[in-house]
Design a protein. Structure first.
Length: 343
């Protein structure tokens, strides 16, 4: 196999609150985790869809924003040094033997793991593709919906399309690397952070970024590499922006993706689980959070935290089959306090 293989105890699919708390619960039991998420940062829906929206039903927090909750969870799991792999999607699942699964991503990563924890919320966030004729031909060579390695865009003529945080962030981050940078948005107003908008306008004023108001109508190129993008401006003018790289940021949509083909007895795009251990119909594969279902299920973050705890205690027996699990409280266990760095 040409791809490098990462061996680990557990792979958690989804870096939302439930996936992050699963890292904590597994870490208390000496179970090492790698976390894979299609987004470019942790937090799942909390960080991507409502980072500043107040949440009122997290125990002990009268109010907390999605981003604050994410930040607190990231601080809580630091002692366990989980490895994160952002902007990757798991594309295939293969059983190697009775104790090991192989997971392959749409990038260069392959995992061999003893357990899998699906904490993918309502599914994976996938980019909304713009309705541009022939765009599929250029995907992966000239058209990209996410950024994994900034260096691959060095000395490129880049056109970013969109008006949200992702579009503005990448204009600002890639502009120093690019040969040329153009931003296209359908209107003058942006949905991005005001500071990002101000910095972008400053670059436009300095001649380092070109800004157009309008929409893409068609692509120019040889079917593999772009040479330009045709634009209809707000004023009705037809222009062509020279570029060999197109980065459309039109938002995200939720899809279950390849998980739907894993034979997990899906019910309306959610996965039935056993409430004793939150294991799916396939041994060593668990589902927690909104992706899992059972009688009486409540789609609450606090429910997912409870599910993560029970999952971890069952998974221990797969990871350490010859050891006895002794239940301990973090308030009184010296061993647990040592792991957390508070002993």
């Amino acid at each position: 196999m040409s791809n490098s293989v990462i061996s680990t105890d557990a792979v958690i699919i989804g870096a939302g609150p439930c996936g992050l708390f699963a890292v904590f619960e597994l870490g208390l039991l000496n179970i090492k985790c790698h976390v894979v998420d299609i987004l470019d940062k942790p937090g799942g829906q909390c960080a991507e869809l409502y980072p500043e929206k107040p949440i009122y039903d997290i125990p002990a927090f009268p109010v907390v924003t999605g981003q604050e909750l994410t930040d607190n969870l990231m601080d809580q799991i630091k002692p366990f040094d989980p490895q994160f792999h952002h902007a990757y999607m798991i594309t295939s699942l293969e059983k190697i033997d009775d104790e090991t699964w192989r997971l392959t991503t749409d990038g260069e990563l392959v995992f061999e793991t003893k357990i899998i924890v699906i904490a993918a919320g309502g599914g994976s966030f996938q980019p909304k593709k713009p309705p541009i004729p022939g765009i599929d031909e250029y995907e992966g060579t000239s058209v990209f919906y996410s950024i994994r390695k900034m260096e691959q865009f060095r000395d490129k003529d880049i056109l970013v399309v969109g008006g949200g945080d992702s579009a503005l962030d990448w204009v600002l981050n890639l502009q120093p690397l690019a040969r040329s940078m153009t931003l296209l948005h359908r209107r003058e107003e942006f949905r991005a952070a005001p500071d990002s908008v101000s910095r972008m306008h400053k670059l436009v004023d300095e001649g380092k970024v070109t800004f157009h108001i309008g929409q893409v109508t068609s692509l120019e190129g040889d079917g593999a590499t772009l040479s330009g993008v045709n634009i209809k401006t707000k004023a009705g003018e037809e222009i062509t922006a020279t570029c060999n790289t197109l980065l459309p940021f039109f938002g995200l949509t939720m899809k279950l993706g390849p998980i739907a083909d894993w034979g997990l007895n899906l019910e309306q795009n959610v996965i039935p689980v056993d409430t004793e251990k939150f294991e799916t119909s396939i041994p060593r594969i668990y589902a927690i959070g909104d992706i899992g279902t059972y009688p009486g299920k409540l789609k609450l973050i606090l429910s997912g935290f409870h599910e993560a705890a029970l999952m971890a205690h069952h998974a221990f027996h797969y990871i350490y089959p010859d050891e006895r699990l002794v239940f301990q409280y973090t308030t009184s266990s010296t061993d647990l306090k040592t792991k957390l760095g508070v002993a």
